[in-house]
Ligand binder design. Structure first.
Ligand code: ACM
Length: 424
């Protein structure tokens, strides 16, 4: 028997303060597709059922979105289930560091649009952002820099565990990324002996990669990786560890291939499955790894030919660090401008494991900038991840109604001229 929840009384209590009070919890049915839900709103009641807690959570997110500014809700009957099991967003906390409170706000944003993966890009040339008991200089030295020369920062293991817990409460799995063997200037600053010449490089505080890599032929580098992956696996309940592997310079294909195979073996020995960016697919892939596509269709095709599952993050559609248009102050533009319609109108393909948006933070320095680059594009990518059926004309009207909600939450957003925003 479904639980019949009286409305609008229980919903009207939420009026004016979306942070307090919860919509009706709903009832578990025990059967149905994972993460799905059924929702019915009539003039006198709301009925929400789902096979699992995630489905109930998503049904409540839909209820929040249906609620008009006056607290009223239109009569609807919705049976809803996600198209992809992997629906993610990446946040780069390396180029600029963001503390736990900002990451929680980002999680709330993403979970509100039914994303279930938070990919944290924890290390790059400009900073190493996760404490390592065995390699303490990674943070005492490697976390003290960021783009623009600010103080940087890092997560203690407790901070990281708190992020994982908060995400989990919102049905999001954290995928941590340690980017190796390239993009490692901060690690080499901390431990020069991991590099080819043993000399500490200058700190990197600009937006470009200096192109230095770990000395992958040195067994000490694999012991280092084994330590940091092992430490990370201990505090990561999710099944994946991402090891980057992108944009590696100054390395032969043979050395790169040997490193990728050793890295995948280390990850799997610590009970996790390795994800890496598309560059991995240029060499023979280790069994079981997952490839994240971002720019080169030839590498995407090479991954498919090798039977690797794909996470789809095509930059011209999902890179939230790109400018909306020529007048956008923040952001880069190497992938072209990415306005909200670009983020919405693309097809990941039925065979993909899932979809991820990515917020790189070369030009993103605070939460206001995070929100501005994320909204309204993240809901567009989230709908690509959730729904096979898409209709821009319908979407832009639904999206327009979110403007006043973001305003009420104090969230900065880009008023794309592609969307008929309603006046607040
Ligand atoms: C990437 O954008 N280098 C994955």
């Amino acid at each position: 028997m479904p639980n019949l929840i009286p409305a609008p009384a229980s919903l009207q209590r939420l009026e004016g303060d979306p942070h307090h009070g919860e919509p009706p919890h709903g009832e578990l049915t025990g059967s149905g597709a994972p993460e799905s839900y059924a929702l019915e709103v009539t003039s006198d009641r709301v009925t929400l059922t789902a096979p699992d807690e995630a489905g109930l959570f998503y049904g409540r997110r839909t209820l929040e979105q249906l609620r008009g500014p006056d607290g009223s809700m239109p009569p609807v009957r919705i049976e809803d289930a996600p198209r992809f099991a992997h629906r993610g967003v990446m946040l780069d906390v390396a180029r600029h560091f963001f503390g736990v409170a900002d990451v929680k706000r980002f999680i709330d944003l993403a979970a509100g649009y039914k994303l279930n993966v938070l990919h944290l890009h924890l290390t790059d040339d400009q900073g190493w952002r996760l404490e390592s008991p065995k390699w303490p200089r990674l943070t005492s030295t490697g976390a003290t820099t960021q783009i623009g020369g600010g103080p940087g920062g890092f997560y203690t293991r407790q901070d990281y565990a708190e992020i994982v817990r908060y995400a989990g409460e919102r049905f999001m799995t954290v995928i941590p990324e340690l980017d190796v063997p390239g993009h490692t200037n901060a690690a080499l600053l901390a431990y020069p002996e991991l590099g080819p010449d043993g000399v500490a490089p200058p700190p990197e505080t600009g937006i470009h990669s200096p192109g230095r890599s770990l000395n992958v032929g040195d067994p000490a580098v694999l012991r280092f990786l084994d330590d940091v992956v092992g430490e990370l696996a201990q505090i990561t309940p999710g099944p994946y560890i991402h090891l980057g592997a992108d944009e590696v310079e100054g390395m032969t294909d043979d050395d790169y291939r040997a490193f990728i195979h050793a890295a995948a073996e280390i990850v799997s020995r610590h009970g996790k499955r390795m994800i890496g960016w598309e560059e991995m697919a240029a060499v023979e892939l280790p069994p079981g790894v997952i490839v994240q596509f971002w720019t080169d269709p030839k590498l995407r095709d090479a991954a498919v030919r090798q039977g690797a599952p794909l996470i789809m993050s095509p930059a011209p559609h999902t890179y939230l660090d790109q400018k909306y248009d020529a007048s956008t102050e923040l952001g880069l533009s190497w992938a072209g401008n990415v306005d909200v319609r670009d983020a919405y109108e693309w097809e990941p393909g039925d065979d993909a494991l899932g979809v991820e948006a990515a917020l790189w933070t070369e030009t993103v320095e605070d939460f206001g900038a995070i929100a501005y680059m994320t909204l309204p594009r993240l809901p567009a990518v989230a709908e690509v991840a959730w729904s096979a059926r898409r209709d821009w004309e319908d979407f832009k009207l639904r999206l327009a109604a979110h403007g006043p909600q973001w305003e009420a939450l104090g969230l900065n957003f880009h008023r794309s001229p592609q969307v008929p925003w309603t006046a607040s």
